[in-house]
Design a protein around this ligand. Structure first.
Ligand code: NAI
Ligand code: PHE
Length: 350
């Protein structure tokens, strides 16, 4: 909690489902705390709390780096047992009531385990503080396309760095996790002429993508050992750690997953291994920025796309700073984010 440094934490048990509801408001310095709702099983309250704290902080750095007027927050709905769909809907409605009580101090979107249909349910009780509802309910819908587009743009900047040109044609990319974002990323990679491979632990996703010609299946445990130009972590966090980094056979890492590094010093280990790391929070802001921009600031889909493609420029600046200051890219991105936050504080935006 002390290391977290956030503003407010709300945690309770949802009695009817025995799920933990944790809402972490990390920072409102740049704007109202905004972030996704992660709904999945957790082994302990401690694990759910830890995830909410880390993910909320990452939202703060993400919006700061994207130069977008929002603060960081995150909600975890931690399941302790399987729920029926009626129980699940009840949990989402009660969560929505808490979001409503917070009166806009926390504004919710989707994350792992939730999507636009769930946001429709949350909005029944939360009122206007919910993003990514279905278009039928007046929302901008799923965020995955924009997140994938942002990651693809970042990969083009990475290709420039590695090969001197942004084209991904003929380059090999392994997507770890072919879920909402990973699937759309694979499609974009195929369109760009890349050689795509994927790994997933979900039988349905594996079956679906194995049937597509030209996409190679990699067993989940073999991901670190797979030789490729770019590895794109698009599953859960912590996949870059002391066990996997020594095994990696990729030249660069650029993916959507939040909190890819098990700890910040892992960025140093990657650097020592000569692997170019595109910091997760510098390149996975596409979904949050596009959807929030469209719903709260009235952007058109074209404006949102243009903004998301700008992630390549953000990444180039981070990599240039890392080179200039002789630090790893994660630290460069953190410095950039901290400076933005400090400047906003000085101007009394909070
Ligand atoms: P998702 O739940 O739709 O997809 C995740 C996929 O990863 C699933 O297919 C799952 O089976 C697979 N997976 C889980 N563990 C795995 C493992 N060990 N090896 C291989 N595959 C594994 O989630 P979504 O929305 O695609 O998000 C993916 C990541 O990107 C998450 O970390 C999320 O927080 C992050 N993110 C998502 C955004 C969005 O717009 N959806 C925006 C920014 C970040
Ligand atoms: N899951 C998104 C992220 O981690 C959060 C988000 C999506 C917030 C859509 C608002 C709207 O960046």
């Amino acid at each position: 909690m002390q290391a977290w440094g956030g503003e407010r934490l709300l945690a309770q048990v949802d009695r009817p489902t025995e799920a933990w509801i944790v809402i972490a408001l990390h920072s409102s310095r740049l704007g109202p705390a905004t972030g996704g709702t992660r709904l999945m099983p957790y082994a302990s309250f401690h694990a759910a709390l830890r995830d909410a704290l880390q993910l909320s902080a990452m939202m703060t750095w993400k919006f700061a780096l994207a130069d977008f007027p929002r603060g960081g927050g995150k909600a975890v709905l931690g399941l302790t047992r399987p729920l029926s769909s009626a129980e699940r809907a009840g949990l989402l409605q009660r969560y929505g009531r808490i979001v409503h009580e917070l009166g806009g101090r926390y504004q919710a979107g989707p994350d792992v385990g939730t999507g636009p249909a769930d946001m429709d349910i949350v909005a029944q009780t939360a009122g206007p503080w919910v993003f990514s509802r279905t278009p039928q309910q007046g929302g901008a819908g799923d965020s995955a396309w924009a997140t994938a587009l942002g990651v693809l743009s970042a990969m083009q900047a990475v290709a420039e760095e590695l090969f001197g040109e942004p084209s991904l044609r003929g380059r090999s990319v392994l997507v770890q996790g072919a879920g909402s974002v990973g699937s759309q990323l694979i499609e974009l990679l195929l369109e760009a002429g890349a050689r795509a491979a994927f790994a997933d632990i979900d039988a349905v996703a594996v079956d679906l993508w194995r049937r597509r010609r030209g996409v190679t299946f990699v067993a989940p445990d073999a991901v670190p050992d797979f030789a490729c130009d770019i590895l794109a972590p698009c599953a859960l966090g912590g996949t870059l750690n002391a066990q996997t980094i020594p095994r990696l056979r990729c030249r660069a890492i650029a993916g959507a997953a939040n909190n890819q590094l098990a700890q910040p010093s892992d960025a140093q280990s990657l650097r020592q291994r000569g692997i170019l790391y595109a910091p997760d929070f510098a390149i996975n802001s596409g979904g949050a920025v596009a959807i929030t921009g469209m719903e709260a600031l009235g952007w058109s889909a074209e404006q949102a796309q243009q903004r998301v493609r700008g992630i390549a420029t953000t990444l180039r600046a981070v990599l240039a700073r890392a080179r200039a200051e002789d630090i790893d890219p994660h630290e460069a991105a953190m410095r950039q984010a901290r400076e933005r936050l400090a400047a906003a504080g000085a101007h009394g935006k909070r």
